[in-house]
Design a protein around this ligand. Sequence first.
Ligand SMILES: [Zn+2]
Length: 193
Amino acid sequence: MRVHGKIKILRRTHVNEITQQSAREMLEADFKGLCGYCGKNGVGLRERFHVDHFVPRNLDKDRVKDYSNFVWSCPKCNLIKSDQWPTKNKAVPYRGDVGFVDPASSEFDLHLFRNQNGRIEGKTELGKQMCRLLNFHLRKTELFWKVDQLRQQIEEMRRKHIEGSLSLDGYRYYVEADIILNRILDAMYIEKE
Ligand SMILES: [Zn+2]
């Protein structure tokens, strides 16, 4: 499975110079609300996402307002990635097996995937190195993926309930699942994942 599941990220082109703050709405739309790196759903998991500079600001001051350098990112990925840029060359995202692949490029899927449990792993050595740079080996990338799947199922049950097509047992299950989901989200928030 892809890191972003069925969702395809497409960063629009020909955007004039824009600040991170002004770009938030467009970027969230282009990334369909998902963290480019770990695929987490920001709205679903109630996190205020960041605008990450793919090539770090400190390395390329000319691209501070360059939309094509922005990545919609969960706070955790943004903070962990920070100023990491192994090649040290702003024009070279990766060299050999080390560096980063832009999550808004089709190339991203060549290097990273989700295993059958939903955990993100590297397909290639470069992908494996990226997992290490983003601490995916220490993070519960499968957990927040599954939590978001549960959230989508609960949304579907809510929709059925509103249109009156949910059975009484189904309704009880929906209420219970919704309570559990909210507890998990609270716990994840406290854990800052
Ligand atoms: Zn993330």
